[in-house]
Design a protein around this ligand. Structure first.
Ligand code: TXA
Ligand code: MG
Length: 310
């Protein structure tokens, strides 16, 4: 049997037994479990050490199962047609008759849903009779994983199986947009704001989480490598890890390049990989060169600010 198919079958075996399986997506790897089963999703919270009041994103193949769970509106269909499957998460009104476990939503009346693009995960979702709740496959507040090896580093042998889908193509989490009321962006991510504005033909508000947190995961130190980070820095000391957006003529051992030529998409893809590498090399300090605050640069700056506790 084809190796991928065998691994998908193995994933189904564990998921049907209400166990957690790590799955590849184009954004980051997810820690997945049957979203209809309280028993299964409880394991996600405990493995991730995630507070129960932080709801999970549910992953679907398409609209078939989703129709039973959420109210779908015009803005949803516009964005779904344009960007799905892809790195965008919709917060929608939850239907009363939905089978989604209340532990997934923390009893909220809305549900975050997404249609990941990775081929293996799509095949898996297509074969299942339930959608998959899947937060990023990292311990809460740590760096999100972008490869099978990263997931291993986070959980060791504590999870039953990792479906290997190679390196995540986008490398940063999905953009979250709430469509419950007037559309608003809750988290910057894999789709640039300008593209969403264009699709909906208006300027969509971006609501950064303040004191009253709409997105509980959007707290300080959420993407933290556990090392102090200083942004907008021109120089570094030799014992500091220096993250640069563009390759320099003269390189040093402590320089880490997000891209060769200031390509922001490439930089986004490399960000978590580099943060993890720096952490593993035991640097005590990170300084970062100024990164243009446009397109993916906005998302990179957002993650770096969070990681630096700003
Ligand atoms: O790219 C992604 O979105 C990845 C991959 C695995 O799909 N998933 C991901 O999940 O980033 P997680 O749990 O790490 O982040 C999801 C965020 C959390 O901050 C959570 O608070 C928020 O989504 N969220 C979940 N349900 C919500 C809801 N009903 N309303 C508002 N925010 C919600
Ligand atoms: Mg996360």
């Amino acid at each position: 049997m084809n190796n991928n198919l065998a691994n998908i079958k193995k994933s189904i075996f564990f998921l049907n037994k209400k166990e957690c399986v790590a799955i590849p997506t184009e954004t980051v790897y997810g820690l997945a479990a049957n979203a209809y089963s309280g028993k299964a999703v409880r394991k996600i919270y405990s493995l991730k050490k995630r507070p129960r009041n932080n709801p999970l994103i549910v992953h679907y193949y398409g609209l078939n199962l989703l129709k039973n769970d959420c109210e779908l509106n015009k803005n949803f269909f516009i964005l779904y047609k344009k960007f799905c499957p892809g790195p965008i998460t919709f917060v929608l009104k939850l239907k009363k008759e939905s089978l989604i476990s209340r532990i997934v939503t923390n009893n909220k009346k809305s549900l975050a849903v997404r249609f990941p693009k990775n081929k293996l995960s799509r095949k898996l979702l297509k074969l299942l009779k339930y959608p998959l709740a899947a937060p990023s496959a990292n311990i809460t507040t740590k760096i999100s994983p972008v490869s099978k090896e990263d997931v291993k580093e986070e959980f060791g042998n504590k999870i039953k199986f990792i479906l290997n889908g190679g390196r995540s193509k986008i490398g940063l989490e999905s953009t979250i947009i709430s469509l419950v009321d007037k559309p608003k962006i809750l988290r910057l991510g894999g789709i640039e704001r300008a593209r969403i504005n264009k699709a909906l033909n208006k300027n969509i508000r971006y609501e950064k989480a303040k004191k009253k947190i709409t997105v509980p995961g959007q707290t300080k130190l959420h993407y933290s490598p556990g090392i102090p980070i200083k942004l907008n820095t021109k120089k570094s000391k030799s014992n500091e890890a220096f993250i640069l957006i563009k390759k320099r003529k003269k390189s040093c051992k402590n320089y880490f390049y997000l891209s060769k030529t200031k390509n922001l998409r490439q930089a986004a893809k490399n960000l978590y990989k580099i943060l993890r590498e720096i952490k593993n090399k035991n640097y005590k300090n990170i300084v970062v060169e100024k990164i243009p605050n446009i397109g993916f640069g906005e998302t990179i700056n957002d993650r770096l600010k969070r990681a630096s506790g700003k």
